[in-house]
Design a protein around this ligand. Sequence first.
Ligand code: SF4
Ligand code: SF4
Length: 338
Amino acid sequence: MADKGKLAIYWAASCGGCEISILAINEKILDVAAAFDIVFCPCIMDTKARDVEKMPDGTIDVCLFNGGIRTSEQEYMARLLRQKSKVLVAFGSCAQEGCIPGLANVTDRAEIFDAVYCTSASVDNPGRAVPQTETRVNGFLLSLPVFYDTVRTLGQTVPVDYYLPGCPPEAPRIWDAIVAILEGKLPAPGSVIGAQTTVCDECPRQRNEKKVKAFKRTWQIIPDEDTCLLEQGLLCCGPATRAGCDARCPRVNSPCIGCYGPNAGVQDQGARLMTALASVIDSQDPAEIDRIISEGIPDPVGTFYRFSLANSLLRRAAKVPDEQRHELPLPKAAGAQE
Ligand code: SF4
Ligand code: SF4
């Protein structure tokens, strides 16, 4: 059909769950197929970057781009798809905020390569061989993408039209976005498609005064099924997390871990969550407050910035100066990000 739209779906630094989540719209996928031709989607079709390169600029009506930017190849594809797409959607938490791949911003390429290729218990690599960006084999030059020190979000790399949060986005929100695209009722460019408020606003649990003497891990208690989990000492990210999932996790007795990112008007989800938790700690004694935090929150970065470190005000840990790090052969970083 000549009047069908053109849809591209691409993944960068991500797990692939966002692609799978598109199938969760079930039979409505037939409506998508009726409205769009999929012109690029390496996950399900044998389409190559060169196919996209040949397209005139703006050929693709909508590109759903999931994943953060970890390598030079992903950065190239982000720029290419931006150039070829009328509407570029950061699809899911990895594209919007870096998500779990962005948590690696607590370290850098040298430490990651060291762990993955040299020191992991299952690795046998006495020569400490690690991937190089260029290698000559029989006179031919083979190349690999540059692995950057820092994961960046899609929006830190190219202009993004819309953000669809979630890890992965929930099917009803994906359908909302598709309907908005089909009906031409998209919000202002730069908007997050979905709710503005927090998971707490969708959560049916009863809320009273929150006063916490100790934070508990999920395996330490069986919470009652009606009362706010945070009031029971479980570290629930609901107060600092955007609504849109219908409070899926608290509804099944599990605290929100923050996958929908910050709610409207909040720049830094971790800072917002810290502020919320500080207000519920039931103590005025600095020593006791220290104890409550250190015993109850053993992984502060993974707790407060599990999904949003790359997009936070911090972005990454300060880098270890090279002279303080043990020797490790690094790939040639021509054209590297930093
Ligand atoms: S803190 Fe968690 S459990 Fe409590 S109301 Fe908010 S989302 Fe629900
Ligand atoms: S409750 Fe929180 S962790 Fe669970 S789906 Fe919703 S935003 Fe994600």
